[in-house]
Design a protein around this ligand. Structure first.
Ligand code: SAM
Ligand code: SF4
Ligand code: SF4
Length: 338
């Protein structure tokens, strides 16, 4: 099927789709789903509210027809969704889709990495913010040490998946882990991405002072390694990449706070309960699930998605201040998955 390229009000094409398959998680990372606010009595979405795999596949096909080339599955913790390889397999048959990736905390990878690979998954990003067991347990809010995540990384490598590591850096929490993590990833041939701590949702108590900027992390790395800048591989690449000049390993930065990249943001997000978000920092999504369940045809779904994207003018990170971080209503990260 021929692709139609749709553009938003700021002339940005639709290229990537991030799909959250579940809002639950086995961790309570303090920068994402703090344990005091996501307690045992927290009401996650009932199963009937989640998009089924058939619904996701149907919407994904339409998104691909409208220009999407890459899909990333996320959550909550996406590996908690039963039979995830079945969804990957369905997506892998979509003509015109070039890449399927997954973001995970890694704990369940030993169980499913090879099934995911056989189903057509290409890459995983595993989140790991420290190599220190005690600190990791504190960050993930569940007292879990690094071992299961490291085993997950190994399992993904053995299965033949590309593996990158995501590290959120928060001042005073894990900035002392920047060099140990860089050393570990460099030695193990893993691309590490330092992510600036963001004001996602309204439960993580974000303050600008807690952010360690890309520039600060880069300066720390420069004291230990020789780095060479790499050109972006494609329009809209979010990470700024460098490579260590004595290896072919890359290291990257996602500088959403200090050097925002809204002007080339080509990403749409589909939440676990079937709402479309055109920015990570939107308060409300656009319902597509009920529209679909009420009998919308493919053409009607395509028109609705086109109209949502065409009306988009989001550039939250360009406009962020301490004030907007406090006052703007934003969707929680666990709903739309980073
Ligand atoms: N559970 C999976 C995981 O942790 O990889 C997928 C969902 S998680 C919401 C997606 C990504 O968002 C992770 O890499 C996580 O570290 C990142 N993230 C969560 N909260 C963040 C925050 N406040 N600032 C920056 N990144 C954050
Ligand atoms: Fe769960 Fe991922 Fe959020 Fe941590 S970052 S609480 S693993 S969804
Ligand atoms: Fe894209 Fe919104 Fe992030 Fe800007 S703030 S890069 S528009 S998701």
């Amino acid at each position: 099927m021929e692709k139609t390229i749709i553009k938003d009000k700021l002339n940005r094409p639709l290229r990537d789709l991030r799909i959250s398959v579940i809002d639950r998680c086995n961790f309570r990372c303090q920068y994402c789903m703090p344990a005091d606010q996501f307690g045992d009595d927290f009401e996650f979405l009932p199963k009937s509210a989640l998009l089924t795999y058939e619904e996701i596949e149907r919407l994904a096909k339409i998104f691909v027809h409208l220009g999407v080339e890459k899909i990333r599955l996320t959550g909550g913790e996406p590996l908690l969704r039963r039979d995830l390889p079945l969804l990957v397999e369905k997506l892998s048959h979509i003509e015109g889709l070039q890449d399927i990736a997954l973001t995970t905390n890694g704990v369940l990878l030993p169980k499913v990495a090879s099934k995911l690979k056989s189903a057509g998954l290409k890459r995983v990003n595993v989140s790991l913010d420290t190599l220190n067991d005690e600190l990791f347990g504190e960050i993930n809010g569940r007292g879990v040490g690094t071992k299961p995540v490291l085993e997950g990384i190994e399992a993904a490598k053995e299965a033949g998946l590309g593996v990158k590591i995501n590290m959120v850096v928060k001042k005073g929490l894990n900035d002392s882990e920047i060099i140990p993590m860089a050393d570990f990833c460099k030695k193990n041939g893993l691309e590490l991405r330092f992510i600036e701590y963001m004001d996602v949702g309204s439960s993580n108590g974000w303050k600008m002072d807690d952010v360690i900027s890309k520039k600060e992390i880069y300066q720390m790395l420069k004291e230990h390694y020789q780095l060479e800048s790499r050109d972006p591989a494609y329009y809209g690449e979010v990470a700024k990449l460098y490579h260590y000049n004595d290896t072919d390993v890359n290291v990257g930065f996602i500088s959403s706070v200090s050097e925002s990249f809204c002007s080339s943001c080509t990403r749409s997000r589909l939440s676990a309960n079937g709402q479309i978000f055109t920015c990570l920092f939107n308060g409300n999504g656009h319902d597509i699930r009920n529209f679909m369940r009420n009998g919308a045809t493919d053409e009607e779904l395509r028109d609705r998605i086109t109209s949502i994207w065409s009306g988009r003018n989001d550039r939250y990170s360009d406009e962020r201040t301490e004030e907007t971080a406090k006052t703007r209503k934003k969707i929680e990260m666990s709903y739309i998955g980073g």
